[in-house]
Design a protein around this ligand. Structure first.
Ligand SMILES: Nc1ncnc2c1ncn2[C@@H]1O[C@H](COP(=O)(O)OP(=O)(O)OP(=O)(O)O)[C@@H](O)[C@H]1O
Length: 614
């Protein structure tokens, strides 16, 4: 990073902010800070695109603090008013930004009212509690995710007309389809005379994004990295990007070797779905245990979007402060943007992200603030190799990395350990199926769909990677080349005896198995009976049966015609129907009903009988 001193700013920064920034160890400004701070502090709207880890957070934190201070010096905020709002896409990032504000606010002078930064995210506490905290404290700065901020500002208790500045960090994400509605709704509640700042490492569609925020004349700031090899790159100078092309069956074996044998402090591994994070977390926890490694040597954590907010933040905190020699975080794209975790030196992507714009965000969790980092992206042999050229067109060059060699012995150890772990509890296999199915769905959502085609996916290789011995039933199976009979890849698992560790679940499984078996036997028996009957019936027997039916119909027809004739005769003779004829007609009806009733009773008796047979 270039060294521009804080004194070189074209205006006098508040002395306490300068003291704070230097005490926190930031003696110089990064390029993005040097370009952004003067503009945003001095009433310009900005759109800032700068590489990951370049210091964008301080580039808005300092102007926000400057604005709050001058507003407080001019006259303090009225009750229930706030001065600044920062919106980010995830709870973890919101929490991190609050912590950055708090580290500065420790230095605030006594002559200013106590400034607080309040966190507004869902799932931690109800919005009523957020409101109560806001009314009781001087929360001049609000930091949160769009949904909760929207709910919070919609309350009539909160007054929005003193808001001086809004920052959208990871702006391209906040303005994409999933957040747009909530973001726009928040922007509409804020005064028009405010400053706006958009920040991201990927703001290629800035024109569209600016239009959505209602900014009129913003200054666009672009800071690229000037590495020795690439001028004007969107990749940080000390971040090395690698691709590793291999068979999907080998991906996890290579990962295990990398995690246990390479030297690093912290690694982040990206998996495609939440369920796959949970599944592989359990699997790797077991591998590490079986290798005899202790928690002081290596710790593994999992974080994904299906966990509640509190455990998510706790996990992140534990990973950040882990004292193990090596720490591993298994996660999804929920941790791809903005997170600043010290000492992460390697990022591994088991598969590329479905949205290519996420690629640099994932890689950018290492190689931050001018520190070295390595980001490895695994690609399956075949069509996926085209992803390397696809990124090259976008100005991202991946160097090739050979997969580490897995010896025969290592291979056997892995397979046996995995099988043993899976056999301990059938619910692990169920989770493997869910992960596999989730992966196939994930694969079909790739935006670069000409490269990641469900038709060309190596289904068997992926199934093996997930530890499956049988392909689950799904429509995509039509694309599986040489689809195995019954879907079995091998018969090493006997699914009849494969048990759940949970007793209740196992009892239910056995019961279901029994019912299934009975049904099968019944079907078999019925089929046998039918076949036997067909065999025994002679042609003449069948014909004689038909004759009796015809005879019966004729008889009934004759009786009906006779009665109808009688009624007609009666009408011709002009007399009303006598009681005797009415009885005759009723007798006929009763006769038919009686026959029907008897037939029904016979049928019921037969059905009942077949149930009793069981
Ligand atoms: N002036 C500075 N001098 C040295 N280090 C700095 C300076 N400003 C910020 N940093 C450090 O740089 C790291 C990255 O900063 P920050 O998280 O703001 O990056 P970013 O550009 O927002 O990245 P991302 O795009 O991934 O969100 C942090 O650890 C931060 O402490």
């Amino acid at each position: 990073m270039q060294s521009t001193k804080w004194d070189d700013l074209p205006y006098e920064i508040q002395p306490w902010i300068k003291k704070a920034v230097i005490s926190l160890g930031f003696s110089c400004m990064t390029p993005v800070q040097a370009s952004t701070i003067p503009l945003l502090s001095q009433n310009k709207d900005v759109v800032v695109q700068a590489v990951t880890g370049s210091g964008k957070t301080l580039a808005y934190v300092i102007p926000v603090l400057e604005k709050i201070c001058s507003a407080l010096r001019e006259g303090s905020f009225k009750n229930a008013h706030f001065g600044a709002l920062v919106m980010v896409p995830t709870r973890e990032l919101a929490n991190q930004v609050v912590q950055v504000f708090e580290s500065f606010l420790e230095y605030q002078p006594d002559d200013l009212p106590d400034i607080k930064a309040q966190l507004l995210v869902g799932s931690i506490q109800p919005v009523q509690e957020d409101l109560q905290y806001f009314m009781e404290n001087n929360s001049f700065i609000l930091v949160g995710t769009p949904g909760r901020v929207n709910d919070f500002l919609s309350s009539p208790q909160v007054k929005t007309n003193s808001c001086e500045i809004i920052i959208l960090d990871e702006a391209d994400r906040l303005l994409d389809i999933s957040f747009l509605h909530a973001t726009e709704s928040v922007l509409k509640m804020l005064p028009k005379q405010r400053r706006t700042g958009l920040f991201s490492a990927t703001l290629s569609d800035a024109g569209t994004d600016i239009f959505k925020t209602g900014m009129t004349n913003p200054v666009k700031i672009t800071v690229k990295s000037n590495s020795l090899h690439l001028k004007n790159s969107t990749v940080p100078a000390k971040l090395s990007l690698y691709s590793m092309v291999l068979n999907p069956r080998l991906k996890l074996k290579v990962l295990l070797k990398l995690l246990t044998e390479y030297s690093y402090r912290k690694i982040i591994v990206y998996f495609p779905t939440c369920v796959s994070v949970s599944y592989f977390y359990g699997m790797f926890h077991n591998f590490i245990k079986r290798k005899g490694l202790k928690s002081k040597d290596i710790s593994i954590f999992s974080l994904h979007g299906r966990l509640d907010a509190k455990p998510r933040m706790k996990t992140l905190n534990k990973f950040e402060n882990s004292s193990s020699d090596k720490s591993i975080l298994f996660t999804t794209d929920v941790s791809a943007r903005g997170l600043d975790i010290p000492e992460v030196d390697i990022v591994v992507q088991i598969d590329p992200p479905t949205d290519p714009s996420m690629f640099l965000h994932r890689c950018g969790r290492c190689g931050r603030a001018n520190k070295s980092g390595i980001a490895i992206t695994m690609l399956s042999i075949g069509r996926e190799e085209e992803y390397i050229d696809f990124l090259k067109i976008k100005g991202i060059t991946l160097k090739s990395m050979e997969p580490v060699i897995i010896s025969e012995e290592e291979n056997c150890w892995y397979d046996e350990t995995l099988k043993g772990w899976l056999r301990e509890d059938r619910s692990r296999y169920d989770q493997a199926i869910r992960s596999y199915v989730g992966y196939v769905r994930y694969y079909s959502k790739h935006l670069a769909s000409s490269i990641f085609r469900v038709r060309t996916l190596d289904y068997k290789g992926v199934a093996r990677m997930y530890g499956l011995t049988r392909l689950p039933k799904m429509p995509e199976n039509k694309y599986v080349r040489d689809f195995p009979e019954d879907g079995y890849l091998d018969h090493t698992i006997d699914f009849n005896t494969y048990a759940y560790a949970d007793k209740k679940k196992e009892t239910a499984r056995k019961h279901e198995l029994l019912t299934h078996e009975r049904k099968r036997q019944r079907r078999e028996k019925a089929l046998k009976k039918k076949l036997q009957k067909n065999k025994n019936f002679s042609w003449s027997d069948k014909n004689s049966g038909k004759e009796t039916r015809i005879e019966r119909h004729d008889k009934l027809k004759r009786r009906r015609e006779a009665i109808e004739r009688k009624i007609q005769e009666e009408q011709v003779h002009g007399s009303s129907s006598s009681g005797e004829e009415e009885t005759d007609q009723n007798d006929w009806k009763i006769d038919i009903l009686e026959t029907k009733r008897k037939r029904k009773a016979r049928k019921n008796a037969m059905v009942q009988g077949s149930f009793d047979d069981l």
